[in-house]
Design a binder for this molecule. Structure first.
Ligand code: AMP
Length: 424
């Protein structure tokens, strides 16, 4: 028989790794809660049309696409935003704005597998819909910052841009939107020569090269330089002003490292304003990113609804936490194994295990029928805190034996005192 492997680029998550992922999911949920974001769960499979409409060539070419048995063209979601935008145009259309929506789960992209790049990966996704104000952009940056901070990551920085600067320049110079998209995609990959070759006019090229050359000590100076560089390009000027407002709000309400990069672009086509990514110094790949997309919901047939959102890459956060040796804050209580000494007492022992669980104690019941010494050896190896040994003689006297595995100490205690002892 051949042994089966996972599909290329997809992984099984086990043991400590699964634990870290669950920990990050938990922190992401908690973050959603404290920022007032409600969780929604959308299908993994969506109509191809929805997913390919506005995500951009880059993502379109990397989707898992197939026909279902009803001959429908469908795809595995490569991100959450399209699904959430669909919700905003249908079931949530008449909900009062703003909508604050959170999702967590797997997404699929046919990327070339390598460290931190998989074909199945997990994202925590936050979307704030209904506001065009810089306050909304600020909230998205702040909640991303809060999540990464509460996960215990250090020295991370926000790389920030505003696509309205580049688009403002290009559209005023008559470059059509398709070419703009292609230029931005090349710039996202830092293929600047290829990007500039797509432009026929010298003016646009000089303007973009100028943006690339801006290097300043801090974000305030960088934005001043951008403003000076784009004088006369009204939309680009407005975009730079908007970025300043957002960052002023953010920097006055939290402590975070902001690097504004004037020529920063992101692959997704639907961005219209702020864009950002988060990095830790030890890794070259982003652990999260997001931006403003004011026209997507309208493009999906909804009312004009400005929106801003972000997604953190859970797989990459897990790598970042391992790289920085981040300690998981203990969330787990004590772990107990319950072992009946003989078959005659197993019902009573199982009842004791059940009672422990009802009280919220993690309790494994010995189901292998092993001798006590073997079962204890196993519990020791798997770092259990206590073994509760149920013997007929002690049980008839209302007692059990509790063994503290690390200390190798054992005592006889009344069954009624068990929970108190374990939780102490
Ligand atoms: P995006 O949806 O492209 O804005 O990506 C958001 C985040 O998802 C990125 O910052 C990464 O952390 C993560 N991410 C994107 N592509 C992959 C991938 N192929 N494997 C693992 N994580 C990814």
């Amino acid at each position: 028989m051949p042994t089966f492997q996972t599909v290329r680029g997809m992984r099984d998550l086990l043991g400590e790794e699964a634990q870290i992922f669950a920990y990050i999911f938990g922190k992401a949920r908690n973050n959603a809660q404290v920022y007032g974001f409600k969780e929604v769960m959308t299908p993994l499979v969506e109509p191809l049309e929805l997913l390919s409409a506005k995500s951009g060539e880059e993502i379109r070419q990397r989707m898992f696409i197939f026909k279902d048995l009803g001959d429908r063209q469908v795809a595995l979601r490569p991100e959450f935003t399209a699904s959430i935008a669909r919700l905003a145009t249908t079931q949530l259309k008449t909900e009062p704005k703003p909508l604050r929506l959170f999702s967590v789960g797997s997404v699929y992209r046919y990327d070339e597998p390598q460290k931190g790049r998989y074909r199945e990966f997990y994202q925590g996704n936050f979307e704030l819909m209904g506001s065009s104000k810089p306050e909304a952009d600020a909230e998205i940056i702040l909640l991303t910052n809060n999540l990464i901070r509460t996960l215990g990551l250090k020295d991370y920085a926000f790389k920030i841009g505003q696509v309205g600067v580049i688009r403002g320049i290009l559209s005023q110079n008559g470059v059509d939107e398709k070419v703009q998209n292609a230029v931005l995609q090349r710039m996202d990959k830092k293929e600047y020569d290829a990007a500039f070759q797509l432009l026929n006019d010298e003016k646009s090229r000089i303007m973009l090269e100028g943006l690339l050359k801006i290097k300043c000590r801090n974000w305030q100076e960088t934005i001043d330089q951008i403003k000076a560089h784009v004088v006369g390009y009204e939309k680009a000027e407005a975009a730079a002003k908007n970025l300043f407002e957002i960052l002023e709000l953010v920097s006055k309400s939290a402590n975070l490292t902001i690097n504004v990069e004037p020529a920063f672009a992101r692959g997704l086509e639907y961005y219209t304003g702020l864009i950002f990514e988060v990095y830790i110094p030890e890794l070259e790949i982003a652990i999260g990113g997001g931006g403003r997309y004011d026209r997507l919901i309208e493009a999906f047939g909804g009312d004009p609804t400005p929106a801003v959102g972000c997604a953190v890459g859970i797989d990459r956060i897990a790598i970042a936490m391992q790289t920085q040796n981040t300690i998981l804050q203990a969330g787990e209580g004590k772990k107990v194994v319950v072992i009946p000494i003989s078959e005659a007492i197993r019902v009573e022992a199982l009842k004791i295990a059940q009672n422990l669980r009802v009280e919220g104690v993690t309790a494994e019941f010995e189901v292998m029928g092993r001798k006590m010494s073997k079962a204890l050896e196993d519990a020791d190896k798997r770092k259990f805190d206590y073994a509760v040994i149920v013997g007929e003689r002690e049980f008839n006297e209302g007692n059990v034996v509790i063994k503290e595995l690390a200390k190798r100490e054992q005592t006889v205690i009344p069954i009624g005192k068990l929970i108190e002892k374990i939780k102490s």
